[in-house]
Design a protein around this ligand. Structure first.
Ligand SMILES: *Cc1c(COP(=O)(O)O)cnc(C)c1O
Length: 231
């Protein structure tokens, strides 16, 4: 089941990339495993998943060791992605656990990540979460605030800003999300023109909307239900 679902998602990603004239190998699929029993996560790993996304630190920690051992036993290297809101008192543990933190939504959080990454002797890859739809219920910097925030982070030596992440609003007609994805891509281009950063990652697209996101230039899709079924 997991294997078939994954294959279907990969086919859809490939088709969406072709629609937009991009490179299919340029899209990383992050399997979102919140609420998923490790039995099924192992199935996903066997089927080729290498990127694991969790939105709560505690839940990630409860699965981390077992899955790492499973993967290592097969000579597989997993990448762990923190995709949910992160509180500053959990940063130390998060930096130890995750290869990527997608949900950096303030300069102060980035500062704490930088501090903890220095202590851990690590360069932490991060993405800035942008609330492109300006929904009050969503975390994230406003698009307007991102260039200044990046400027403020320019002294951080142990964080590498790799790109931008967004969560699109829930809509009835998928075409309604397209402008939000387009806006994030335009913001990335603008930042690369205005600053000496070379942001390459656009983390956008979930089960409901990843095809549109890929058509609009997503390089990282975060898919949960599309692989593991309804939570
Ligand atoms: C849960 C979650 C996803 C995956 O959502 P699905 O609809 O299951 O694909 C992606 N991104 C974030 C930030 C999430 O919390």
């Amino acid at each position: 089941m997991v294997k078939e679902n994954l294959a279907r998602c990969e086919e859809k990603i490939e088709a969406a990339v072709k629609n937009s004239g991009g490179d299919p190998s340029g899209v990383i699929l992050v399997a979102v495993t919140k609420g998923v029993d490790p039995v099924f996560i192992r199935e996903a790993i066997d089927a080729g998943v290498r990127h694991i996304g969790e939105n709560r630190l505690q839940e990630a920690l409860s699965k981390f060791q077992g899955l790492q051992e499973y993967a290592t036993g097969k000579g597989i290297r997993l990448s762990w992605h923190m995709i949910g809101h992160l509180q500053s008192n959990k940063v130390r543990e998060a930096v130890k656990t995750f290869d990527w933190i997608h949900s950096v939504d303030s300069v102060s959080l980035a500062a704490e990540i930088d501090r903890q990454a220095l202590k851990a002797g690590k360069i932490q890859d991060i993405l800035l979460q942008v609330n492109v739809s300006k929904e009050a219920t969503k975390y994230g910097l406003s698009a307007e605030a991102v260039p200044a925030a990046i400027q403020e982070m320019s002294g951080f030596k142990n964080t590498r800003i790799c790109g931008l992440m967004t969560i699109a609003p829930e809509v009835n007609d998928l075409e309604e999300v397209r402008p939000y994805f387009r806006l994030l891509k335009e913001l990335l281009i603008e930042i690369n023109q205005l600053t000496n950063h070379r942001l390459t990652i656009l983390s956008m697209g979930m089960t409901n909307d990843f095809e549109v996101a890929v058509e609009e230039g997503s390089t990282m899709v975060r898919i949960g239900r599309g692989i593991f079924g309804e939570r």
